[in-house]
Design a protein around this ligand. Structure first.
Ligand code: ZN
Length: 281
């Protein structure tokens, strides 16, 4: 059976989920709803990104044809449960990772994708499920260009304020929309605002994802203008550095313009823009 043919059982699940206003089950590697709950101690919160919590809404993407899927894959090995997110790659060569959060946004993401394509580099996009469902073509474009698509929850809540069940819904629904649009479940998770807690680490691992934070915050969400963003990238540039920017959540024209400046400069000064491999960071 091809993945894009729904079984009666799955149709039922999807209908039930749609009725609840949630995205459904099946999707992320290794999801095990029977896992024991754990405490929810916050472990440090950084205020990155604008507030964006909105009510969950039914997912329009479910009414559209699913992306072409290949043959069933073998289940992935699950990552271990970490106590802190990965902040940088363990690299001594001049390689850096560029990450863009909160999108996709049709106003800014296409320009970022164009610039990345122009210089033939791969980046990471930590998308919100709600935004992905609204712009399925942009998600497919990211995947087609070889970028890594990470899970940034459904609608950007502060996870330490959520129950474990609500955190699971945020993570699972976003895994689900990413896998259905691109054919691949996400391998990376990033908590909104950098606000991680034990549930985020445990559920992220349960759904087959490694937690990635960042080394350099461009603070682009404060809309400081392209020059300030470029300055922060140059100041932080070093081997293994992970750079945080945003392609949604406000006026991101500064982020778009900054990338056009610092990307060619970084490449000209010998940096390689890369994406991480799971388990080998
Ligand atoms: Zn964010």
């Amino acid at each position: 059976m091809k993945d894009d043919q729904l079984t009666p059982g799955r149709r039922k699940v999807l209908r039930a989920a749609a009725a609840l206003g949630l995205a459904a089950t099946a999707g992320c590697a290794g999801a095990d709803p029977s896992a024991a709950p754990g405490p929810t101690a916050p472990s440090g919160a950084a205020a990155a990104g604008p507030p964006a919590a909105r009510a969950l809404k039914p997912s329009a993407y479910r009414l559209q044809p699913m992306a072409g899927h290949g043959p069933p894959r073998a289940p992935r090995a699950l990552p271990r449960v970490r106590k802190a997110p990965i902040l940088r790659l363990d690299r001594r060569d001049r390689s850096m990772v560029l990450t863009f959060d909160d999108g996709p946004d049709p106003r800014y993401t296409p320009a970022i994708l164009r610039t990345l394509r122009e210089y033939d580099v791969r980046a990471m996009f930590f998308v919100c499920g709600e935004m992905a469902a609204d712009s399925p073509d942009l998600l497919r474009e990211m995947a087609d260009d070889g970028h890594l698509i990470g899970n940034h929850t459904w609608n950007h809540p502060l996870l330490p304020k959520l129950s474990r069940a609500a955190t699971r819904r945020q993570i699972e629904s976003t895994c689900d929309v990413i896998e259905h649009l691109t054919g691949e479940p996400p391998a990376w998770f990033r908590a909104p605002y950098g606000a991680w807690n034990r549930n985020a680490f445990q559920l992220g691992a349960e759904y087959g994802m490694e937690p990635l934070a960042w080394t350099v915050d461009t603070l682009d969400w404060t809309e400081p203008g392209a020059k300030a963003i470029v300055r922060r990238v140059y100041a932080g540039a070093a081997p293994g550095v992970v750079v945080l920017s945003h392609d949604a959540g406000g006026d991101r024209s500064g982020t778009v313009d900054a990338l056009r400046t610092y990307l060619p400069d970084l490449l000209a000064s010998g940096y390689r823009i890369t994406v991480p491999n799971r388990y080998t960071t």
